[in-house]
Ligand binder design. Sequence first.
Ligand code: 5GP
Ligand code: ZN
Length: 115
Amino acid sequence: MSCIFCRIAAGEIPSTKVHEDELVFAIRDIRPQAPVHLLVIPKAHLGSLSELEDEALAGRLLSVAARLARAEKLDQGWRLIANSGAHAGQEVAHLHLHVLGGRKLGRMLPAAGPG
Ligand code: 5GP
Ligand code: ZN
């Protein structure tokens, strides 16, 4: 098994788990880009959000993200990101939602520029 998040799900690679149920788990990002940076990840391997069809899983991913944002007390705001595919800069090809907060996050996207 070469997928990093499948290996984390299987316990082969250590992680800081902040949530686990029968469908999804959540961990702290190893290279946090904000004071709170969590990843909400389905246990089943899906390459990206583009492959998601299971509505129960979709609902669980979103509701766990919202619950974690409340648990982390991100009441001043937070952001949910799902990078999907090359143009979005997706690095790990296993669906995951980023939950980011704890500071002002700035514009959603950098101003348009070349490339
Ligand atoms: P992507 O660019 O695919 O949306 O985001 C992948 C994220 O996974 C990155 O923020 C990266 O820091 C995180 N990541 C990659 N490998 C590991 C790991 O082994 N453990 C944890 N906790 N996060 C990881
Ligand atoms: Zn995987």
